[in-house]
Design a protein around this ligand. Structure first.
Ligand code: SAM
Length: 253
């Protein structure tokens, strides 16, 4: 079961402390995949309450016994991807994530909108670098833009495989995501994300190639960015293109 659920337990104290310091002090922390509670313990020191959502029923029992009687902790047995992250009000979302669900977890976390105060995730280093990439670099892609439109990323620290039991095959990194709150009325992220998906449909092709089948040559060809590839386009340009082609009501961050 361990392998299937991405169970690599972080044991090196210095990294646990760095994650906790990036998340706390906090009122409410939602911890994704608490495992055996190593990070949970530190989060409980810096937060008023911790909601820890764990899928593995054996670990849920372990946590309930380990933290029995601690009124600040609520252990939730279940799948984070089936959990409504907004039900506890404004929160900081934290976790040493099972790497196979990194993208959907980030998507669901950013979809919390104004209820997301900050996110701090330990993820695969390569994914952290893609999220924090600058335009024109090899790593800049759909995940970069989809994340950066809604949050400002910062790589907090890199974490070697030896810091985990058992060690994963890849290097890891802690990333923090600070939400950029869009103006009122709140923006529904779904159509904007769908548009970004179209721009990166074929990464090596120009926007003219990727977008004209959907919006027509007469609207796409005159755009100053038509002959550029999506990987060369800044966040501001993506927002502007979306306003021109899809929805003028998008309010820039
Ligand atoms: N936080 C612990 C630590 O740092 O030592 C464990 C981290 S381990 C990488 C990932 C944890 O997420 C495991 O405890 C695993 O059982 C749990 N998990 C896996 N898939 C999950 C899901 N869909 N929802 C909630 N927890 C999940």
């Amino acid at each position: 079961m361990g392998q299937r659920l991405g169970q690599h337990f972080l044991h090196r104290r210095v990294y646990l402390e760095k994650i906790a310091a990036a998340a706390c002090p906090a009122r409410t922390v939602i911890e994704i995949g608490p495992g055996k509670g190593a990070l949970t313990e530190l989060l409980l020191e810096g937060a008023e309450r911790v909601i820890a959502v764990e899928l593995d029923p054996e670990l849920v029992s372990y946590l309930l016994l380990k933290f029995a009687g601690n009124p600040k902790l609520k252990v939730v047995s279940g799948d984070i991807l089936a959990t409504d992250l907004t039900q506890w009000g404004p929160a900081i979302v934290v976790g040493n994530l099972p790497y196979y669900i990194t993208s959907p977890v980030i998507e669901r976390t950013l979809a919390m909108g104004r209820l997301l105060e900050r996110a701090v995730f330990l993820i695969q280093k390569e994914v952290a670098e893609r999220i924090a990439a600058k335009p024109g670099t090899r790593d800049y892609g759909f995940l970069t833009v989809a994340t950066q439109l809604f949050a400002e990323p910062k790589v907090v620290v890199k974490v070697p495989p030896s810091a985990f039991t058992p060690p994963p095959k890849v290097d890891s990194a802690v990333i923090s995501l600070t939400p950029r709150h869009h103006g009122d009325p709140p923006t529904d992220p779904a159509p904007l994300l769908a548009f970004i998906g179209l721009c990166f449909r074929q990464k090596r092709k120009t926007l003219r190639n990727n977008l004209s089948p959907f919006f027509g040559h007469d609207r796409v060809d005159p755009l100053p960015e038509a002959s550029l590839r999506a990987e060369q386009i800044t966040l501001e340009q993506f927002r502007h293109l979306y306003q021109l082609l899809v929805d003028p009501r998008l309010i820039p961050a």
